[in-house]
Design a protein around this ligand. Structure first.
Ligand SMILES: O=C(O)[C@H]1NCC[C@@H]1O
Length: 351
């Protein structure tokens, strides 16, 4: 007996399970699982309150889609929701191995293409189509290359980014006193030169980099209070980014690796991290407005570019608008099922 490909196409046998459909993409190697069907209504009168609602009432579905056996420890997801902002083409919630982030640049790059390809914006235009994406941190403007019916590279202008604190010394378990910078690019990150730990973001083993970055994140969470002028929901440390220390402007790429959420490793250079790092470099006078830098993922070598394009403010902070650019690709579509008899149907992670 043989099965032709058309007979096998997207057919599940009869089952009593709940189905969830997704489109999978990746940006610089970092996965993005976009939910297209199967989620119940996400209640709330703002994208930030919808994020709270999803965390309180729908978290079982995050685990189904992010965790094994359908996902994996480092899976990342996006759930499209309505936005309360009239200029927004779509709202989005981001999900990962621990919860819901406030910003995700790799996801914005993928969602920009997705929104044009799946007709979430009215009339695509050449050479670029603008897609306004309302993220929990605010409105992010994506510009998607569009030519002869095809989408390409994406650049986006993020929410105001600012250096929150520089040269903060914390006591890190296993490493003693470590001095870090903390910067905001839609989410807060700590930045440290990997050399401080005797590590190299491109050469060292990923597990060793993750342990050092995670120890820094834990230390900051317990020793530094963050705040954000717009909302307390934004005031938490999302992760630590280890760098190669090359912050002074150079046309050469600078590498970093981002460890966020629950010791999750970004395969991409991290769009919100690039935003925060550019704000930090600008704050320190290491780059000028419109000087484009290339940022490379220490994990995969994939690249984004980033530049500060305009000075602005965020509450009392002097801030900049940062433009980040990169490319995303489709990897597949899936219809997942949760069979009620399956003991592992809710998902699990190996730690
Ligand atoms: O590109 C970014 O901004 C994201 N990638 C995973 C972690 C961050 O949310």
């Amino acid at each position: 007996m043989s099965l032709s490909s058309s007979e096998m196409e997207l057919q599940l046998p009869p089952h009593e399970g709940v189905e969830l459909s997704v489109v999978d993409m990746h940006t610089g190697g970092e996965p993005l699982r976009i939910v297209v069907a199967g989620y119940p209504e996400v209640r709330g009168d703002s994208v930030l309150s919808k994020r709270r609602y999803a965390r309180e009432h729908l978290d079982h579905l995050r685990k189904v889609l992010m965790f094994e056996p359908r996902g994996h420890y480092d899976m990342y997801g996006a759930l499209i929701v309505d936005s309360e902002t009239p200029e927004a083409d779509l709202g989005v919630l981001f999900m990962h191995n621990e919860g819901y982030s406030t910003m995700c640049g790799h996801a914005v790059i993928a969602l920009g293409r997705f929104a044009v390809d799946y007709k979430l914006v009215k009339e695509p235009r050449s050479p670029e189509t603008q897609v306004n994406i309302h993220c929990p941190c605010g409105l992010v403007k994506a510009f998607v290359e569009y030519s002869a019916g095809k989408t390409g590279a994406v650049r986006f202008l993020s929410v105001p980014a600012f250096a929150f604190a520089t040269d903060v010394t914390v006591t890190v378990e296993g490493f003693g006193e470590v001095t870090v910078d903390i910067s905001y690019g839609g989410a807060f990150y700590a930045f440290v030169d990997a050399e401080r730990f005797g590590l190299d973001v491109k050469q060292s083993r990923t597990r060793v980099l993750v342990d050092a970055a995670t120890a820094v994140t834990r230390a900051i969470k317990s020793q530094v209070k963050l705040h954000h002028p717009v909302s307390d929901d934004l005031a938490f440390l999302y992760g630590t980014i280890l760098t190669d220390g090359r912050d002074q402007f150079s046309p050469e790429p600078t590498a970093n690796i981002c460890v966020f959420a629950e010791a999750q490793v970004d395969r991409s250079p991290t769009g919100s991290g690039v935003t925060a790092r550019v704000a930090l470099q600008y704050h320190k006078g290491l780059i000028q407005l419109n000087q484009t830098r290339t940022f490379q993922s220490g994990a995969t070598g994939s690249q984004f570019t980033g530049k500060a394009v305009e000075e602005t403010r965020c509450g009392d902070f002097r801030a900049v608008v940062v433009e980040v650019a990169g490319r995303a690709f489709y990897t597949g579509v899936s219809r997942f099922v949760q069979e009620p008899q399956d003991e592992l149907t809710h998902g699990f992670l190996l730690k």
